[in-house]
Design a protein around this ligand. Structure first.
Ligand code: DX5
Ligand code: ZN
Length: 236
């Protein structure tokens, strides 16, 4: 499980999304970036919740065999209740479901923790933070989608900066040390904005695996994020 996050003891974590990697060479792609990153983000799409299809538990189990890095599994599926057990068994460390996909979110978050995983909940760009009011004490992480889920390579929605700021403020006021992850259009330019706003986990797909040198791209994003973190939270 991810260690609990506090504002002063959490350097930014970089979580490359495998969505933009070469699926025929996943292990090699992971090897290229493994020394520059913290967590691997696996995008699970079912063709119903989002208009795209990716992969399921057998592929996550194979990725688990290929790396010791933590696996962050982002469920963009209808009926996430059906999928948390199989993905936990496949080796997921973090399971993130979309709040729009279930009416039993507290039960689902509790089940994810029972499975020994970090519990995360994700919000589409138009889903208000208020939907989380009663759920926040039961989750370890909130993923603020900075694009509409379904595809890599989309344009970052700048209005999400304020959403992250408001969420970090709520977490402080309520003394809930949640991780805030952002996903969609994150690159060297947008990563610092999200860190300044209060996010601490950055998902980036095309900005890493869409380049000729994914390790160098990951290093640049990390440097930009860490610089913003030090300037914002550790300046004297
Ligand atoms: C979007 C996925 C993202 C996606 C990000 O539906 O949840 O994880 O891979 O891709 P980029 O970084 O290219 O926007
Ligand atoms: Zn994702």
């Amino acid at each position: 499980m991810l260690a609990s996050y506090t504002d002063t003891a959490g350097r930014p974590l970089l979580c490359p999304s495998l969505l933009s990697c070469d699926f025929a060479r996943i292990a090699e792609e992971i090897d290229r970036v493994k020394n520059e990153i913290d967590i691997l983000h696996c995008d699970i799409m079912d063709g119903h919740f989002v208009p795209n299809l990716t992969f399921g538990p057998p592929v996550v189990a194979s990725i688990r065999q290929a790396t010791d890095l933590p696996l962050d599994v982002h469920l963009m599926v209808t009926r996430p209740e059906d999928w948390v057990d199989p993905f936990a068994k496949a080796g997921a460390d973090t399971l993130v479901f979309q709040i729009e996909s279930t009416v039993h979110s507290q039960r689902l978050a509790t089940r994810i923790k029972e499975l020994g995983c970090t519990a995360g909940v994700s919000l589409n760009p138009a889903t208000p933070l208020q939907t989380l009011e009663e759920l926040l004490p039961f989750v370890d992480m909130v993923l603020v989608m900075t694009v509409n889920p379904g595809f890599g390579g989309q344009t970052f929605i700048p209005e999400m900066i304020d959403k992250v700021k408001r969420l970090r403020q709520i977490s402080k006021e309520r003394n809930l040390p949640i991780h805030i992850q952002v996903d969609g259009g994150i690159d060297e330019e947008t990563a610092p904005l999200m860190i300044q706003a209060g996010a601490n986990m950055l998902v980036a797909g095309s900005a890493i695996f869409g380049t000729d040198d994914p390790a160098a791209a990951a290093r640049k994003i990390s440097l930009a994020a860490n610089t913003a973190y030090l300037e914002t939270f550790e300046a004297v």
